[in-house]
Design a protein around this ligand. Structure first.
Ligand SMILES: C[S@@+](CC[C@H](N)C(=O)[O-])C[C@H]1O[C@@H](n2cnc3c(N)ncnc32)[C@H](O)[C@@H]1O
Ligand code: SF4
Length: 445
């Protein structure tokens, strides 16, 4: 299954390099529900990271098209039972015996009962090995009520939080449809820092309606006064079907154009890096030891299990006698998902075997999101006899064009986007993916 992320890249496949614009739509949060990753092909690996999806939210934000549902009467016990059942089943199907990290995402997982988190983690510990110091994260919406639950989440086993601040401007929080105030967000970050020092991330959205570069950089400076060791910055993406999409298309709201977005991003990188938060992925910045290991595992193309409504996974289902990595997605709607889990043990809606070429395309698309890019050693783990990065890309004129225009570097360390290249990654990737396809067609590897 090829994600929305690739559809974006294909849309610009015919663009001449000279026409590359400052489009930044790749800075959109790559949802855990849409993320893609691979690890070899046909070779079973007993390690994986684990994503758990909590699908409910208190309120619909005006920009969001994630798989989320507003429900006043969530059956916590039934959801917990189903998460546990599906987790056990997917562990069996994947043959995974070692979980490297766990991420509770949503939706709004901080609305879940801490007991749910505890029970899921108990199953992980009982049925697989989970290192004592493994990263176990949860996304937190910073309302007063959820901040009060932080300590219970810690007791349940959480050791890292990602706080959805989004903006430090009251007016913008209201345009975004958030259900917390600026004061609540600040308080939540400060409380989180007390409980999880060095392991607090903050999500911010830039390119908001009517936002100027100066307003944004001032806001970022304010954020630096309170934030911890990790910041995720997402450019606002207008998603079809959302309230914000309609408002912008009807002309009631205006968002900054592509050039301003690009400038906002450049300024953000400079400000964050100056204050010691270095970019390690297009949208992610941290101090040296605070990178998200869970998200890194996606970008490095490792296996992961996705449990819960609409969760995605990438693993080899050895328990079903198969030997190809599959892209799997669970049933989206929570009631249908619970019904299927109760009936069949899991609610996998689609499982698509990935060809070797598709796996390698994913390794490239994800690897290049990182500052250190796709290293030669990681490519070696995945390429399965296809060829070295230099064999494939070294003599391709369009790739050499990217290199001479300072968008890309290819050397013994590997292949990586330059600082300017990261800004236009969506426009670069099609050249690389086409080159890989042509190479495999020509060599039959
Ligand atoms: C899974 S979502 C939501 C997590 C949590 N419920 C919250 O709202 O904070 C994770 C992040 O994706 C980002 N996001 C979601 N929709 C977006 C959009 N349309 N454009 C840019 N970023 C978006 C937000 O920064 C959000 O914190
Ligand atoms: S941004 Fe978060 S809280 Fe808002 S609707 Fe989306 S998932 Fe729910």
């Amino acid at each position: 299954m090829w994600s929305r992320y690739c559809q974006t890249t294909c849309a610009v496949v015919c663009k001449d390099l000279n026409l590359i614009t400052g489009e930044l739509h790749f800075l959109r949060k790559s949802s855990h529900c849409t993320q893609i990753a691979t690890h070899g092909h046909g070779n079973h690996c007993n390690q994986a990271s684990l994503y758990i999806h909590w699908p409910y939210c208190q309120k619909r934000c005006s920009y969001c098209n994630f798989n989320k549902y507003i429900s006043r009467n969530v059956d916590n016990d039934r959801m917990t039972r189903c998460l546990v059942t599906e987790l056990k089943n997917l562990l069996g199907i994947s043959g995974v015996s070692s979980i490297t990290s766990v991420f509770f995402g949503g939706g709004t997982p901080s609305l879940a009962d801490p007991q749910t988190i505890f029970e899921v983690l108990e199953v992980v510990k009982e049925t697989s090995s989970l290192a004592d110091r493994a990263e176990i994260s949860i996304e937190v919406n910073p309302t007063h009520l959820e901040t009060k639950k932080l300590v219970d989440f810690q007791h349940a086993g959480i050791n890292r939080v990602s706080v959805g601040v989004q903006s430090l401007k009251a007016g913008d929080l209201s345009v975004l449809g958030r259900d917390h105030t600026v004061e609540e967000a600040v308080r939540c970050v400060l409380e989180s820092r007390k409980l999880f020092p060095g392991r607090v991330s903050v999500d911010m959205i830039f390119g908001r309606p009517n936002q100027t570069i100066d307003q944004w950089t001032e806001e970022l400076q304010e954020l630096l006064k309170i934030c911890d060791s990790h910041v995720s910055l997402y450019q606002l993406t207008l998603e079809r079907g959302t309230k914000l999409f309609k408002q912008v298309h009807q002309g009631t709201l205006m968002i900054p154009d592509g050039d301003v977005m690009a400038e906002m991003y450049r300024a953000s990188v400079e400000i964050l890096e100056r204050s010691g938060l270095c970019r390690y992925e297009v949208s992610n910045f941290s101090t040296k030891d605070a990178q998200s290991l869970h998200n890194r595992s996606y970008w490095e193309g490792r296996q992961y299990l996705g449990v819960g409504p609409g969760a995605h996974g990438r693993f080899v289902p050895v328990g079903l006698g198969k030997d190809m990595r599959e892209a799997r997605i669970q049933t989206l709607e929570p009631d249908n998902w619970m019904f299927e889990v109760e009936k069949f043990g899991h609610a996998t809606r689609r499982a698509v075997p990935l060809t070797k070429l598709e796996q390698l395309q994913e390794v490239i698309s994800l690897g290049l999101r990182m500052q250190d890019g796709l290293t030669s050693s990681r490519w070696l783990e995945h390429q399965g006899g296809t060829g070295t990065l230099n064999d494939i890309f070294g003599s391709c004129p369009s790739v050499n064009n990217l290199i001479s225009n300072n968008f890309l570097t290819l050397d013994a360390r590997g292949m990586r986007a330059t600082s300017e290249g990261l800004i236009v990654l969506d426009s670069i990737l099609p050249y690389l993916l086409n080159t890989l396809t042509d190479f495999t067609d020509c060599t039959g590897r």
